[in-house]
Design a protein around this ligand. Structure first.
Ligand SMILES: Cc1cc2nc3c(=O)[nH]c(=O)nc-3n(C[C@H](O)[C@H](O)[C@H](O)COP(=O)(O)O)c2cc1C
Ligand SMILES: Nc1ncnc2c1ncn2[C@@H]1O[C@H](COP(=O)(O)OP(=O)(O)OP(=O)(O)O)[C@@H](O)[C@H]1O
Ligand SMILES: [Mg+2]
Length: 513
């Protein structure tokens, strides 16, 4: 079988591993479901094309094994035995349409053309046919891949069938390696700079492949397989609903104080430190307070700093709780290759996604650590699937990891934190990940009055000025009581501090800041 032969004879080890894994998934599916109960969802796209050829190889190998005759019952992969469905749409590119039909004719595919939306089309298909599993060319990084496994039942509300995703863990590079090594035809649009193809209304060639001659203004595009960074394959797809740049989810209850403070434009962050040693009292967390200061300096309110155990569930629980309460969550500690380094896995669990190899991150690690970290076993290159954004900065040896509104910091001391913070702030200027807010202003007063004397007037003042943070602390029982006013409006702070001074004899409070 020509596909199987081409891959086995090539010297791309990574491609062979991916191929073998995909074939394994296909064989499992064919062992679980009779061939007349499975279907291929094919649309002429590159991922679909890879899947078609994997299925051709998989069916051939499965049949060969079944009949244990080295190929007697198989026909050399000439007739494609799996029912194939194509949802044809008037807004598809004509090149996609013609390639799909051409593939059906070349590979002798029995293709059902469905001219309904996906859901209604599948309902009709399943009513008329005993289909129980459908193969899809969905890959990690596709918006629809989040939460999916290689075998994932269809979602609630969809007709019941098993979605089988043999190339879920394939990267953009793997797809092109396969298509080029196996020398199969693919849709011509990919040679014209299209890297991921949706409808004619939302897809243009990928600008990252654009070349322009100095002597002509004519735009030209390189072929899709030359795109260096596969994470940008969807750069030619118009965003349907662009998510908020800073990953803000909601500013829900952060306690009464924060809610009141939130009446203005207040963004809140929380900080999670991961470390059993901190909880044992063996080491002290020095980064939490540094990070609080830094966040405060750009006008963010920190709603809480927590310490959690080096345990996936503890991390996941804390991240899950805080990511929906605060605009941004910072997490550090527990990052690396040790058994106790569970932070990234905890973040994945909090978002309900699995960990998957990230080629680009692996490349950075390889530069940093050397070849020791290559291959399938590099657990440090596993990142939360479909939600990870790598934040690059030339000053950082390895990019920072951002999963929605959770930023994973790798700093282990204040100097490293300073560097990572400065890079984040610089990046924020271009991509808006960390919005800079109006700065806080504050005033502090010292008094020798007792806590009991001050308590009631102070709590009345808090009710009068809900937009301010009014607090009190002392450094010793004998020393002065310090009253702090914190907020974004200096005139309000002045009004509140005057109001407090007027409640007591002149000179009872002295301003210290
Ligand atoms: C065969 C097939 C099965 C699908 N099954 C599901 C499903 O179980 N749940 C779901 O939310 N979407 C399902 N979808 C829809 C896709 O996840 C996704 O919404 C669609 O591919 C997005 O296409 P669009 O970007 O053109 O809107 C299915 C699509 C196809 C073709
Ligand atoms: N119109 C369609 N008809 C049949 N299957 C479809 C259709 N649209 C999507 N699919 C299924 O969903 C999978 C994922 O679609 P997606 O658009 O991400 O990949 P692709 O079209 O194969 O490649 P590309 O990312 O280059 O567009 C396809 O491989 C195919 O299995
Ligand atoms: Mg597509």
């Amino acid at each position: 079988m020509e596909i199987d032969k081409a891959i086995r004879e090539c010297d791309d080890r990574r491609l062979k591993t991916k191929y073998n894994n995909a074939i394994y998934v296909i064989k499992r599916a064919l062992a679980l479901y009779p061939v007349q109960e499975v279907a291929l969802s094919f649309n002429g796209g590159k991922d679909s094309t890879v899947l078609l050829h994997l299925l051709r190889a998989g069916c051939f190998l499965h049949q060969a094994e079944e009949f244990n005759s080295g190929g007697d019952a198989a026909d050399g992969g000439k007739t494609f035995p799996i029912r194939t469905i194509y949802f044809e749409s008037p807004s598809a590119f004509p090149e996609i349409n013609s390639f799909t039909y051409e593939a059906a004719s070349i590979y002798d595919i029995q293709m059902d053309i469905i001219r309904l939306d996906f859901k209604s089309g599948l309902e009709a298909l399943l009513k008329a046919n005993p289909i129980r599993a459908i193969f899809l060319g969905v890959r990690i990084g596709d918006p629809t891949a989040v939460g999916q496994e290689q075998f994932s039942p269809s979602s609630p509300g969809w007709p019941p069938f098993m979605r089988v995703n043999p190339i879920l863990d394939w990267s953009y590079r793997d797809v092109w390696a396969f298509l080029l090594v196996s020398k199969v035809r693919y849709c011509s649009l990919y040679d014209q700079g299209y890297t991921s193809i949706g409808s004619i209304h939302d897809t243009v060639p990928n600008a990252l492949l654009c070349t322009r001659n100095s002597d002509s203004s004519e735009e030209k595009f390189k072929p899709a397989y030359l795109l260096a960074d596969g994470r940008l394959e969807r750069a030619g797809r118009a965003k349907k609903n662009s998510s908020t740049v800073c990953g803000k989810l909601s500013s829900t209850s952060n306690g009464l104080k924060m809610e009141n403070l939130n009446s203005g434009s207040m963004l809140t962050a929380s900080i999670i430190t991961v470390g059993d040693e901190i909880l044992f009292g063996t080491v002290e967390d020095k980064l939490g307070s540094v990070l609080c200061k830094k966040l405060h300096s750009i006008g963010w309110a920190v709603s809480r700093v927590t310490v959690t155990r080096n345990d996936i569930d503890s991390v996941a629980e804390e991240v899950e709780r805080l990511k929906s309460r605060d605009d941004m969550v910072f997490i550090y500690g527990g990052i690396g290759p040790l058994h106790s380094d569970v932070t990234v896995a905890g973040v994945a669990k909090a978002f309900g996604v699995r960990m998957a190899p990230d080629e680009e991150f692996e490349e950075h690690l390889r530069h940093l650590i050397g070849e020791k970290c290559s291959g399938d076993k590099n657990e440090m290159a596993l990142l939360p699937e479909g939600i990870t954004e790598l934040l690059h900065h030339e000053q950082l040896p390895v990019p920072l990891i951002k999963c929605h509104n959770v930023i994973i910091l790798t700093a282990t001391n204040a100097v490293e934190l300073d560097r990572q913070w400065d890079c984040l702030i610089e990046l924020a200027k271009s991509n808006g990940i960390l919005e800079q807010m109006d700065p806080f202003v504050s005033k502090c007063f010292a008094t020798t009055l007792s806590d009991v004397e001050v308590a009631q007037p102070l709590s009345k003042l808090c009710a009068q000025f809900p937009d301010l943070y009014i607090g009190g602390y002392r450094e010793s029982r004998e020393g002065p009581l310090i009253i702090t006013f914190e907020g974004k409006d200096l005139s309000r702070i002045e009004a509140a501090s005057q109001s407090l001074c007027q409640k007591f004899h002149p000179g009872a409070f002295s301003k210290i800041k």
